[in-house]
Write a protein that binds this ligand. Structure first.
Ligand code: FMN
Ligand code: SF4
Length: 434
């Protein structure tokens, strides 16, 4: 892990930084006292809004704006649910956070919980993240023993309980409404929106779902103020962000950098691209791929990537060099989305699978003339036609790879046509007919 700034990652390299004792020596839970409890909920929500913090789970929705929509005083319980499912291919920052600094997440949850009038909160963790689940449970135990959780936290009138809930490892359970279904014990399938979870979520009560990294920024913002957070980043993408970088890069890992950093500068920070850059997936497999020219001009923020019709997504950056075949990079991605479809919507259930089968035919050298166009058109047909954006994410991946690296796809068709011609010629040779 390397950092260009340390709002989130100050404890990542500290020995035993995951323990309460060491974390406290480095300032953990300083906000849990008058700094928090002397503020009103309204004031806290406005602070988060002023900081410009945006959700780090993928959509980049302004956190303060989401919090504003939570009906806190309707007499119904309000739930806070931390999305720690982290299933987006290429993403490994949240598991790193929970393992290295679980107390920052808990402190952030106390702040969010107080601001939103929450009495019960959940951390929904991908089931196979066992080391992280252990760390979280140990950290929670330490907090209860130290009076940082439970009844009347630190002698205040605020009480909060936090539970770790293990998912079963389905990608779709990272989508917030599927996550809520799964938390309630139902099949992990997305719900139609509206109603949005902030109004009717877990157990039909107001529920705020936030990503691990989003919530971990809160202690720093509360200590230093919303304007200080804006010393990094751009006007509309303020602050710092964790990026997980892998692929053809010198030093893969998790990096905290200010938003707005040029992509090439980030590559240099991460040890430089291995070989000659061909392209990059900038925000997890759902984010449309960029070609070399786009990588050279873009910066790591929501607006710059949006302007290129891609997105910052979950911050999983995957550069690849000229020795790679983009067709082979897309192959597991298209298969992944077909496999992870929850099956509720016909365009997703049938479309992602059909596109995958056409693609497998192309890759196997059995492609027919027109298959690449059909592959592209199929994807275009299931974009934005479904309950959740899973099918759209598949469509974006397919459409961007085909349009930016078309010649690589055509080579497979040319090769399969040659094979077909050779077969036909072999049949025409004397003795070729049986
Ligand atoms: C298919 C799919 C998978 C998702 N997976 C995750 C995930 O693993 N973690 C996450 O925080 N958000 C994920 N999201 C986004 C969540 O639905 C939601 O927007 C997010 O948790 C809200 O938190 P934030 O505002 O702090 O970003 C996913 C969305 C979709 C459509
Ligand atoms: S788009 Fe796919 S994953 Fe999403 S709800 Fe529909 S079938 Fe399920």
């Amino acid at each position: 892990m390397t950092a260009a700034c340390t709002v989130l990652s100050d404890l990542f390299a500290v020995e035993n930084g995951h323990t309460l004792e060491v974390a406290r020596k480095h300032g953990a839970y300083e906000t849990v006292g008058p700094m928090l409890f002397d503020k009103s909920q309204f004031e806290l929500i406005e602070w988060v809004l002023d900081s410009g913090l945006r959700g780090r789970g993928g959509a980049g929705f302004p956190t303060g704006l989401k919090w504003r929509t939570v009906p806190r005083k309707m007499g119904k319980p309000v739930y806070l649910v931390i999305n720690a499912d982290e299933g987006e291919p290429g993403t490994f920052k949240d598991r790193f956070c929970m393992e290295k600094d679980p107390h920052k997440l808990i402190e952030g949850m106390i702040i969010a919980g107080f601001a939103l009038n929450v009495r019960t909160a959940y951390i929904y963790v991908r089931g196979e993240m066992l080391p992280q689940i252990r760390r979280l449970n140990e950290a929670l135990k330490e907090c209860y023993a130290a009076g940082l959780l439970g009844e009347n936290i630190q002698g205040s009138r605020y009480s909060l309980d936090i539970y770790v809930h293990r998912g079963a490892g389905a990608y779709i359970c990272g989508e917030e409404t599927a996550l809520i279904n799964s938390l309630e014990g139902y099949k992990g399938q997305p719900r139609l929106k509206p109603p949005f979870p902030t109004v009717s979520g877990a157990f039909a009560n107001p529920t705020c779902v936030n990503n691990v990294e989003t919530i971990m920024a809160l202690p720093w913002i509360l200590k230093n103020g919303p304007q200080a957070y804006r010393q990094w980043g751009t006007e509309r993408s303020p602050g710092t962000k964790l990026f997980s970088i892998s692929g053809d890069i010198g030093k893969p890992g998790v990096y905290e950098i200010p938003l707005g950093m040029p992509m090439l500068e980030f590559f240099d920070l991460a040890g430089g691209v291995d070989g000659e850059l061909l392209g990059c997936i900038p925000g997890g497999s759902s984010a449309p791929v960029l070609n070399k020219e786009e990588c050279e001009t873009c910066t790591m923020d929501y607006e710059a990537l949006g302007a290129l019709k891609s997105m910052l997504g979950s911050g999983a950056v995957m550069p690849f060099n000229t020795t790679r075949d983009p067709v082979r990079i897309l192959e597991p991605i298209a298969h992944f989305y077909a496999h992870e479809s929850c099956g509720q919507c016909t365009p997703c259930r049938e479309g992602t699978g059909y596109a995958d089968r056409v693609f497998q035919r192309i890759v196997a050298g059995e492609g027919r003339a027109g298959d690449v166009d059909m592959f592209f058109d199929l994807a275009a047909n299931f974009e934005w036609t479904t309950i959740c954006p899973l099918a759209t994410a598949d469509a974006w991946a397919i459409k961007s790879f085909v349009s930016k690296f078309r010649e690589h796809f055509d080579k497979y068709i040319d090769a399969s046509s040659r094979k077909a011609d050779e077969r036909e010629l072999a049949d025409l040779r004397p003795g070729g007919f049986m």
